[in-house]
Design a protein around this ligand. Structure first.
Ligand code: ADP
Ligand code: MG
Length: 715
């Protein structure tokens, strides 16, 4: 039987029921799953160092990285019993520069492997002991110049019952199948034009790269794929929606509404309203994203759109991510539209069943209210609108899943506007949303105060404490954000584990230790005993979180120490100081969101970024925060300095877009890959909008299965 990519893993030699079960735990069922089971790190065993070099490194460096050696065994290994049931195997080995000692714990059987004169490649962390370089339990491979060893060795995520060796050999077998069975979903000429390698090259080299260049080329292709497919999926979804059509709102004069607002629209708001106005003048449904910082006045723009729909006899819905926000919108809009004698309805979970039923019934009738506000969930199921013409989704900071949901389901045949508080650079908005139209509120309403932003290091600690006390003395409150919940456990000491960290520089001793919210709050309570200090983090139970948050809102706490859970949706006008610890750990856009939590009242507000990082890029990034309060500038600069990776990384702004993880995009620092991905996607969509050409059959299949697999996650 010939193997194909969809063959089960049990078709491979050596994989029985037990191993298949272990593989299943890691999510691996087929040969293709093996090919797509990417290493989580790599060991570069090609940089061979000499014993003399190792001695020098051990003497001069505080932390010694793992290294590779080619050594000849100098004498037969000796096995000794060091404690009951524990053995130590020892032998000396040498190269032309000197001799070192190799030891293994509890592996007495290795005495049959190492014999005098045998040559091995060792990989481990050298250390000094008894005046000599030692290697404790290094990885060993028999070395012979005729049969080259792989220079870079993949390290796989494992589940119980799997070993690195097993994974390596299974993946090797799977790659042989892929070499003949795999088709590239991107036409070759397009790849060549963008300087992107083929899929088969990428998959081979993501597992078994010959050098770091090949590995980078492979990662680039896989990152390209993630962004390309997302962009394509979003664009093709838009094309599908366009076919549904939408009602024309012919009367688009919003001046009666504007005259009821207590302010004049900013230039940016006017531009957004006019973008919307020209969208709804057509039978092609509007697919627009409205991006603007917190406080930029998105609600007024939304109100104008709701007004256009209602005025033309169509129903319009505004969906908010939380009930609190829905109620806030409802209160604002009821007041505004009340002046025009237009009714607004509210539909949310905490209402009685009878009330909900009443609202649902009124929305199904011809004479019911034209404007309704509710939470995403409530509006997406169970409501039969009489004639819904517009759906507005307020996303706050969340992208993705909901945004996609907003584009289907209830908004079928409707105009759609999505509001987002994340300033997003143009290139990335094309990745996230394809060719959706974007309006940007890049101008704040007048009179908004700037939050004074400063970057300080540990030497400022005492003054910082004084400043926190001063805020309290003036009747204000302080937020302190820490990157971790509890202090990190000691770093792995296992040599293999340490070796694995080698190629993930972020994890390897590169930055100052993390401040942790829980310990931090305890210590702060000791240093500032007269202040009332609380803490909050994502692992607290919801009622406890609410209790602490409420205490802070009410002014029963002076200081709130937290992880980033406060990012979404809290409004405490009395908070005037935002302190961010280990600021180098946060993406700039995230820092910007955090800063947006203060400066909401009348008092002058401050954001203090504490960082001891010596890294130049980190320093430059934090400097940008001090120089500008404009979220779009912050985001563009972040993209320029760190590349798109951060936006897709864990804790980044756009993580889990539509339930799709983007591991490779999160590791690239080169913006040109994102640009190439977007250009390629747009070129394909332009030429073949519904991907119906036979050339795009595989692509079409992949794109539609992206929707299938993310369906369940849509709320
Ligand atoms: P967001 O974009 O965060 O949703 P909002 O729509 O809630 O912002 O607006 C924030 C505040 O700014 C509100 O109090 C609103 O009344 C006010 N506002 C909005 N637009 C203007 C404007 N053009 N001039 C003055 N104030 C405005
Ligand atoms: Mg808002």
């Amino acid at each position: 039987m010939t193997l194909t990519l969809t063959s089960p893993v049990t078709a491979l030699r050596g994989v029985g029921a037990q191993k298949a079960a272990a593989l299943a735990k890691a999510g691996i069922y087929t040969i293709m799953d093996l090919v797509r089971h990417y290493p989580r790190a790599y060991q570069n065993r090609s940089d061979i160092i000499s014993v003399a070099e190792a001695a020098l490194i051990c003497r001069t460096q505080e932390s010694v990285p793992p290294a590779a050696f080619i050594l000849t065994v100098a004498g037969e290994p000796k096995v000794s019993m060091i404690r009951r049931g524990m053995t130590l195997l020892k032998f000396k080995a040498f190269d032309e520069s000197g001799m070192l000692e190799v030891t293994y714990f509890n592996q007495p059987f290795l005495k049959d492997v190492f014999h005098t004169g045998g040559v091995f490649r060792f990989f481990g962390r050298p250390a000094l002991g008894a005046g000599r370089v030692q290697l404790n339990s290094p990885i060993h491979e028999l070395y012979s110049p005729e049969i080259p060893l792989p220079p870079i060795v993949p390290v796989y995520p494992l589940s119980q019952g799997l070993s690195q060796k097993l994974m390596q050999s299974l993946v090797r077998e799977a790659l042989k199948v892929a070499a003949t069975e795999l088709f590239d979903h991107i036409p070759r000429p397009l790849l060549e034009e963008k300087g992107i390698c083929t899929l088969s090259y990428a998959l081979r080299n993501i597992h078994l790269p010959n050098d770091t260049d090949a590995l980078e080329t492979a990662k680039k292709r896989l990152a390209f794929d993630e962004m390309f497919l997302l962009s394509l999926a979003m664009s093709s979804q838009k094309k599908k929606r366009e076919a549904d059509g939408a009602p024309i709102f012919s009367d688009r004069d919003v001046s009666p509404l504007l005259s009821c607002m207590p302010f004049e629209l900013t230039g940016a708001q006017k531009r957004a309203v006019s973008d919307i106005s020209s969208d709804v003048a057509k039978t092609t449904p509007m697919c627009r994203i409205l991006c603007g910082d917190v406080g930029s006045g998105k609600t007024a723009v939304a109100a104008a759109a709701l007004y256009m729909a209602a005025k033309n006899g169509y129903q319009a819905a505004l969906m908010a991510p939380t009930e609190i926000l829905a109620k806030q919108h409802y209160a604002d809009l009821t007041e505004l539209f009340g002046k025009l004698r237009m009714n607004v309805a509210l539909l949310c979970g905490s209402m009685t069943a009878a009330n909900k039923k009443k609202v649902r019934e009124s929305l199904a009738s011809k004479d019911g209210p034209k404007i309704v506000v509710g939470t995403h969930a409530l509006l997406s199921d169970g409501v039969d609108f009489y004639n819904l013409g517009l759906v507005i989704t307020d996303e706050q900071h969340r992208f993705g899943v909901n945004q996609r949901a907003a584009l289907k389901g209830k908004s079928k045949g409707c105009h759609s506007l999505v509001m987002s508080a994340t300033p997003i650079p143009r290139t990335l908005s094309l990745v996230m949303f394809g060719d959706l139209d974007v309006s940007r509120l890049d101008e704040m309403p007048p009179g908004r105060q700037k939050v004074g932003t400063f970057c300080v290091d540990e030497s400022y600690r005492a003054r910082l404490l004084g400043f926190i006390r001063k805020q309290r003395d003036e009747g204000h409150r302080t937020y302190i954000v820490c990157p971790a919940i509890e202090e990190a456990p000691k770093k792995a000491e296992d040599p293999e584990e340490m070796a694995n960290l080698l190629l993930i520089p972020d994890l390897y001793d590169s930055e100052p230790p993390l401040k942790a919210a829980v310990q931090y709050a305890e210590e702060l309570s000791k240093t500032l005993p007269d202040l009332r200090i609380g803490f909050i983090h994502g692992k607290l139970k919801a009622p406890e979180k609410d209790r602490v948050m409420e205490a802070f809102v009410k002014g029963e706490l002076d200081v709130l120490v937290s992880t980033t859970v406060i990012e979404v949706g809290v409004n405490v006008p009395e908070a005037t100081l935002m302190v961010v610890e280990n600021a180098e750990r946060f993406g700039l856009s995230q820092l910007h969101q955090l800063r947006g939590r203060v400066g909401r009242g009348r008092a002058k507000s401050y954001c203090i970024l504490v960082s001891d990082s010596k890294n130049e890029v980190s320093k430059r990034r934090l400097d940008i925060m001090c120089k500008t309060n404009d979220g779009f500038k912050v985001a563009e600069e972040d993209l320029r300095l760190r590349g798109p990776g951060d936006f897709f990384a864990k804790g980044g702004e756009f993580r889990q877009h539509g339930g799709i993880e983007m591991p490779f995009s999160s590791s690239i620092s080169d913006t040109s890959v994102a640009e190439a991905a977007v250009e390629t996607a747009l070129a394909i969509i332009k030429e073949d909008p519904d991907l119906s050409s036979p050339r795009h059959a595989l692509l079409s299949h992949i794109v539609s299965s992206m929707y299938e697999s993310s369906k369940d996650t849509i709320s």
